[in-house]
Design a protein around this ligand. Structure first.
Ligand SMILES: NC(=O)c1ccc[n+]([C@@H]2O[C@H](COP(=O)([O-])OP(=O)(O)OC[C@H]3O[C@@H](n4cnc5c(N)ncnc54)[C@H](O)[C@@H]3O)[C@@H](O)[C@H]2O)c1
Length: 437
């Protein structure tokens, strides 16, 4: 069966007659489903969230961050449908699983991959290709997902194909989107890799096959761990520079003039979002589980980054103290609270943690963020403060935490008495009203 089925799926991919199911209609799954539909495939987006499915089916883009023009084009093509049940899997040629893989108490939670895998496995047909996109530790595709898909006389590599391809999308990045971000693809065997690569080649310009699923799974963790560790490095360096009276940002700029062997990373209140702080945990957890050893660099970097909100809050408190305003009497106005500029995502936001630390020390907090009308955490219950000159002037400290590109920071901070710039967004040197992290 193998060669004929392989050729036949290859042909259906080439001619866009293959039917595609994308399980999980979040940021990752919906972006892929829409792109595949625009490319000519008939796609069903499956999600357990019935409300989300109903809204998407009604043409309402309820998933933040997904490119609106792409969604509209896909909806207008008539080739993108949505549903809560898994029945379309029974007739699908390609099934891509994009469900969340959160971390709870330093342990990966694969329960959603497992329930999706079970539901797909009950319906999967002969000759289909299954791809996992959820971020996870090496071995998940083969050891966790594969057994859920197999049944007697229905084996991966024989009756169906199986691969892993990590999603690398960078929310808010206007330069690199789904099509222009290169893909890594690794299957359980050569045919799986080849077919998965053929599928992604329809929606992504540059597809890079690797020797297996575990390589692809590990590549994703390396990418995000590399980023997290380097951010920890500059965060620790910035504390040392501050004590030594050296401008960290100038140091980084200077180092970055070296055209090889150096890549600039920048300090800040910590790492946020649901990828960089969490993905390296998979590595740390797997190392302890399988070797009994800690993955030292990951754990150390996580500790350093986790200390940053307290460090930034302390620096703000010290700077206010130097100006004769004790933190418990200070009013702090924060600019930007999401985890990074130009996205509306508050998950793991280090800016929010910094504000919680300041509030815990008695400061009165106000904030503005174009994406966040209300900020509700265990500690903070705030409504957005309008960006009026009076509000900015009234603050004892204007704190730049997340410099969204729509902020005209020079204008906003012109009349502020004191500005703490946690991101070097103002690039202001020699202005004693401004302290930079
Ligand atoms: N968002 C990103 O920037 C990004 C980038 C790279 C990788 N990832 C990874 O991709 C995966 C998905 O992330 P996301 O941001 O799209 O998640 P998300 O939380 O935005 O959406 C996931 C969707 O899956 C649905 N779901 C949960 N269990 C399901 C099930 N059993 N069957 C069907 N649907 C189910 C949820 O209802 C939700 O709509 C995660 O592993 C994440 O780590 C995300």
């Amino acid at each position: 069966m193998e060669t004929t089925a392989r050729t036949s799926l290859g042909r259906r991919l080439d001619t866009r007659t293959a039917r595609v199911c994308v399980v999980g209609q979040g940021y990752v799954g919906l972006s892929l489903a829409a792109a595949a539909a625009v490319e000519g495939f008939h796609v069903t987006g499956i999600d357990v969230d019935a409300e989300r499915v109903a809204a998407l089916a009604g043409g309402e883009l309820v998933v933040p961050g997904v490119e609106e023009a792409l969604f509209v084009q896909a909806a207008e093509s008539g080739r993108l449908g949505f549903g809560s049940d898994y029945d379309p899997v029974a007739t699908a040629d390609v099934v891509v699983i994009c469900v969340p893989t959160p971390v709870h108490e330093h342990r990966p939670d694969l329960s959603m991959v497992e329930s999706a895998g079970r539901a797909v496995g009950e319906r999967l047909r002969r000759g289909a290709l299954v791809i996992l996109e959820s971020t996870t530790y090496p071995g998940t595709t083969e050891q966790v997902l594969r057994p859920l898909l197999e049944r007697p006389r229905f084996r991966a590599g024989q009756q169906f194909w199986l691969a892993f391809s990590p999603e690398r999308i960078d929310p808010g990045n206007v330069k690199y989107g789904l099509r222009t971000t290169p893909r890594v693809v690794g299957g359980i065997d050569e045919a799986s890799t080849e077919l998965a690569a053929a599928f992604y080649s329809t929606v992504v310009d540059d597809v890079n096959p690797v020797s297996g699923c575990r390589t692809a799974e590990m590549a994703k963790l390396l990418e995000n761990t590399f980023r997290m560790v380097n951010i920890a490095l500059v965060n620790e360096l910035s504390a040392l520079c501050a004590e030594q009276g050296i401008d960290t940002w100038e140091v980084i700029e200077a180092a970055a003039t070296k055209p090889f062997g150096f890549m600039p990373f920048h300090p800040g209140p910590g790492v946020g979002g649901h990828c960089i702080p969490l993905d390296p945990t998979y590595l740390a957890w797997q190392s302890r589980r399988d070797t009994g050893r800690p993955f030292r660099l990951v754990e150390l970097a996580q500790d350093i980054n986790a200390e940053m909100p307290a460090y930034v809050a302390r620096r703000i408190g010290d700077a206010l103290g130097d100006r004769g305003v004790p933190l418990p009497r200070a009013e702090v106005m924060a600019l930007g609270v999401t985890y990074k500029p130009d996205v509306g995502d508050l998950r793991e936001s280090a800016a929010v943690k910094t504000l919680e630390m300041l509030a815990a020390k008695g400061a009165r907090i106000r904030y503005h963020d174009p994406f966040v009308p209300r900020l509700q955490t265990d500690v903070l219950r705030l409504r957005r403060t309008p960006l009026t000159a009076a509000n900015l002037e009234a603050a004892d400290a204007v704190v730049v935490l997340t410099p969204h590109s729509q902020y005209d920071l020079d204008a906003l901070t012109r009349r502020a008495g004191f500005v703490f710039d946690a991101r070097n967004a103002l690039r202001r040197r020699g202005d004693d009203r401004v302290v930079t992290l």
